[in-house]
Ligand binder design. Structure first.
Ligand code: HEM
Ligand SMILES: CC(C)=CCC/C(C)=C/CC/C(C)=C/COP(=O)(O)OP(=O)(O)O
Length: 313
């Protein structure tokens, strides 16, 4: 079905010129990995909302925009570097570079400009703690995960996952100008969540990774081993996602929702462990996204007296 859409863009000369006009902007947007960016931005927004103190709404909006641009810039550089393996994997072969719609150096320039611009803007307009953390997250994803770990070790996403865990810490730093134990707790929530999030997907995309010779855990260590390792992280998530209550970042409403959501995540992991059907892994992957969204949404709600009084009646 996806291949048909590629054919559709090449069947008539008129269609090609029309589609390529639209594809220009759409392709730059695709380079920024918008699906991931939404959640990255949302977790950054949550960090900003729950941090003690206040930030001018305009500066808050600038901080969120910087997180979005940095995430997009990192995504573009990742797509430039990974263009060889993206061309092999069915999930990624229609991306702008492997599909031949964009020259690699254009994508690289775009990514580098966005990355530098976002960190500079964050530093100059908001504060340099947030600016440096943003540059660190970006650099970690590009250099540590993409260029160094991804093709070398099945622990790539365990260590590299730190990149995606920075946003709540960046949002927090935008307000406070500091890194604190509370913002490290929020970092740890995403850090622990990343392995079950990604390995659930890797389980039903293992053929892609094997073909591209990327040493993802199911390819290297086998499916059963991967499922057990996912379970370790899913269990470790319980104390971590409940820690915001202990550290007074959130109250019992958050605690109750986090516990129920984590129990369901554990249930999905056990189903993955007991059955080799792809649909279970797919469901766990999709729920992992909802799970992280719900955790951070409830964190925001729990810290908003107005919303809480509505819930409490
Ligand atoms: C190293 C860490 C991570 C790895 C290796 C990883 C890997 C992936 C992969 C391969 C996909 C599938 C994308 C596709 O369908 O083309 C995906 C989807 C997704 N990931 Fe992650 N991820 C990581 C961290 C994160 C983080 C930190 C977040 C957000 C806070 C996140 C949010 C999402 C979302 C929302 C999607 C669905 C995107 C869509 O459908 O377009 N991921 N992830
Ligand atoms: C704030 C900031 C600068 C954040 C940047 C960090 C970031 C975007 C983290 C998300 C990690 C991610 C999309 C991994 C995808 O893995 P992959 O690249 O192996 O996936 P692919 O096979 O789909 O390309």
């Amino acid at each position: 079905m996806a291949d048909t859409s590629i054919e559709n863009t090449t069947v008539s000369a008129e269609a090609v010129s029309y589609n390529s006009e639209i594809a220009q902007i759409a392709d730059f947007w695709t380079l920024m990995k918008p699906g991931v960016m939404y959640l990255v931005v949302f977790t950054g927004f949550a960090g900003l909302m729950v941090a003690p103190g206040t930030i001018h709404p305009f500066l808050g909006a600038v901080a969120i925009l910087c997180i979005a641009i940095a995430s997009g810039g990192a995504g573009a550089i990742n797509m430039w570097y990974d263009r060889d393996i993206d061309a092999i994997m069915t999930r990624t072969k229609r991306r702008p570079i492997p599909a031949g719609r964009m020259a690699p150096d254009v994508a690289l320039s775009f990514g580098v400009i966005l990355s530098i611009f976002s960190a500079m803007l964050m530093g100059l307009a908001v504060n340099w703690t947030a600016g440096l953390l943003l540059a660190l997250a970006n650099g970690f994803y590009v250099f540590v995960y993409t260029m160094f770990l991804k093709r070398r070790t099945p622990q790539n996403i365990v260590i590299g996952g730190a990149a995606g865990a920075f946003p709540p810490m960046i949002g927090w730093a935008a307000v406070t100008g500091t890194v604190s134990i509370e913002s490290i707790v929020l970092f740890l929530v995403i850090f622990m969540w990343t392995p079950p999030h990604f390995w659930a997907l890797a389980l039903y995309k293992d053929g892609d990774y094997a073909a591209a010779k990327v040493p993802m855990l199911p390819v290297v260590a086998g499916r059963k081993n991967t499922k057990w390792q996912m379970l370790v992280y899913t269990l470790a998530l319980f104390p971590i996602v409940l820690a915001p209550v202990y550290f007074n970042i959130a109250g019992m409403f958050y605690g109750a929702v986090a516990l129920i959501a984590s129990l369901y995540f554990l249930y999905l992991n056990i189903r993955v462990l007991c059955s080799d059907e792809d649909r279970h892994a797919r469901k766990m992957f999709l729920f992992s996204i909802l799970y992280l969204f719900v955790l951070f949404a409830v964190l925001i709600i729990d810290r908003s007296p107005g919303i809480m009084s509505l819930i409490a009646g």
